[in-house]
Design a protein around this ligand. Structure first.
Ligand SMILES: [Fe+2]
Length: 176
């Protein structure tokens, strides 16, 4: 069983091996091999209908350099089934040198994030950079992205009904 430990929280299960992973880190790397090319193909098909990021909490905000396109497919349904989660899949395109300011996600408790492009800039929690290909991420913790010279395409499954810790416990077979 995977340990779930909160330094200032109320519960502690299992081995302390996982203590640092869950207390210090807002991301957990996944060993799930996603078909990046298939997703890039699906992304390119819907890019023309993607729109600049908006946020109901900030009505004046519209980011033209950060596009979002909601999308699902048989393959994506299979990915969600593999993880045993219910979520809302979408693609994000972040233009070169664009910045996503520090934020917590709007209503999302956690997400499965898959970077589809090469040499992608990291996600940042404070000053801490996390380079990744596939992660479970705690989107309730403030995070940001400063893009480099490359367009950064991400596939994300946003999860609204289960916490980071709950999903971590559930997907332990994809955590090495
Ligand atoms: Fe976010």
């Amino acid at each position: 069983m995977i340990a779930v430990y909160r330094t200032f929280g109320s519960y502690f299960f299992g081995s302390k091996i996982f203590k640092f992973k869950y207390t210090m880190e807002p991301v957990i790397h996944l060993n799930y091999k996603i078909d990046k090319q298939k997703l890039l193909d699906e992304a390119s098909k819907i890019k023309s209908s993607a729109t600049g990021y908006t946020d109901s909490r900030y009505p004046d905000l519209k980011m033209d350099d950060w596009l979002v396109g909601h999308h699902t497919s048989e393959y994506i349904d299979q990915v969600m089934k593999d993880f045993g989660i219910v979520g809302k899949p979408r693609f994000y395109w972040l233009q070169p040198y664009a910045t996503i300011p520090e934020h917590v996600d709007n209503g999302t408790l956690c997400g499965l994030n898959f970077i589809l492009t090469n040499e992608a800039s990291p996600i940042m929690f404070g000053d801490q950079e996390y380079h990744y290909e596939a992660i479970l991420v705690d989107t309730t913790k403030p995070h940001s992205v400063k893009n480099n010279q490359h367009e950064r395409i991400m596939f994300k499954i946003s999860i609204f009904n289960e916490s980071f810790e709950q999903v971590a416990e559930k997907i332990k077979k994809y955590i090495s």
